[in-house]
Ligand binder design. Structure first.
Ligand code: AMP
Ligand code: FE
Ligand code: FE
Ligand code: ZN
Length: 292
């Protein structure tokens, strides 16, 4: 069984529709794929509906933008009830913050001589729950200012660059609790990714496990072999589930093809057991997963 637990569609910053994403998962030989758009569950119904015709089990998930100890942490939530009011409000807050900074980003780019408009950006995010930096990057590609999304981030949009504008993130600990209240399970996405820092540390992760964190995404393209080994050891010590995934964004992110990293079936079973326990404890009806 080949399992990929972290992918994006056009509902956030991927380039496939949710149905195309599931078809692509089947074509890549995956048996199980989770749809985990940034801060939105809007792609779930379309993805779940086409799973059976492709022989793929779709797991409903989300990747929530949170903050912990002053740093950005991406938190994956699986099999949660997306109607929990506290969660809905928190996601709306994040999505509103993402979209609200677009005018500032656009005017910063215009100040440095790039003739981009808000309309150019919104053309790129027509199917998305919110307009983010990746859509600004796509607009810069369309205008011929840069060749690829990565280049737009490196030159203009990343932290410290001229057009970087900060936005709201949900508090991590509160979000772990909200996912549990919604009957779901939470896994930290690429915990030591990008920055290369070994933070959160094992001590911090132990505290997060104590308040309900269920797993760590160990096998991710942003982690070196050494980081993966160290995170696997921490997960073992803390009893956390180990996941692996592609973080596929369609053509929006190079080097992240579907199934490039996968999750061990035993680990998925552990995650599903914890999800069943969470939904029973929360008294919530959550999405059901039928494995092949
Ligand atoms: P936002 O939430 O609008 O700030 O956009 C953040 C998203 O942009 C992340 O979730 C990534 O998918 C994407 N991203 C961040 N850095 C890069 C990069 N250097 N190249 C391409 N995409 C990136
Ligand atoms: Fe993304
Ligand atoms: Fe992420
Ligand atoms: Zn992601």
């Amino acid at each position: 069984m080949r399992i990929d637990l972290h992918t994006h569609s056009r509902v956030s910053d991927g380039t496939d529709s949710p149905a195309e994403l599931v078809a692509a998962a089947a074509a890549s030989g995956l048996d199980v794929v989770a749809i985990t758009d940034h801060d939105s569950t809007a792609g779930w119904s379309e993805a779940l509906a086409v799973g059976p015709e492709h022989g793929v089990t779709v797991v409903s998930g989300i990747e929530i933008s949170t903050e912990y100890a002053g740093r950005s942490v991406h938190l994956l939530g699986y099999l949660l009830d997306p109607t929990l009011p506290g969660l809905v409000a928190e996601l709306e807050h994040v999505l509103a913050g993402r979209s609200a900074r677009v005018p500032t980003i656009v005017s910063r780019l215009r100040e440095i001589g790039i003739p981009i408009t808000e309309e150019d950006v919104h053309e790129q995010s027509a199917d998305a729950a919110a307009t983010g930096r990746p859509h600004v990057a796509d607009a810069l590609v369309a205008l011929g200012v840069v060749g690829h999304r990565d280049e737009a981030f490196d030159r203009y949009l990343s932290w410290g660059r001229e057009a970087f504008v900060d936005r709201y993130n949900a508090p991590l600990e509160q979000t772990i609790r909200l996912i549990a209240e919604a009957g779901g399970v939470s896994v930290i996405a690429h915990p030591w990714g990008r920055s290369g820092r070994r933070e959160p540390s094992e001590e911090r992760l132990a505290e997060l496990a104590a308040i309900g964190l269920s797993g760590l995404e160990v096998d991710h393209q942003d982690h070196s072999a050494q980081a993966r080994d160290a995170l696997r050891a921490i997960a073992r010590n803390l009893g956390l589930v180990v996941t692996g995934s592609s973080d596929y964004h369609g053509t929006g992110k190079t080097g992240h093809p579907l199934g490039v990293n996968t999750t061990d079936p035993t680990e998925l079973h552990r995650l599903l057991e914890r999800a069943a326990a969470a939904s029973a404890a929360a008294g919530r009806r959550t999405p059901v997963v039928e494995l092949p």
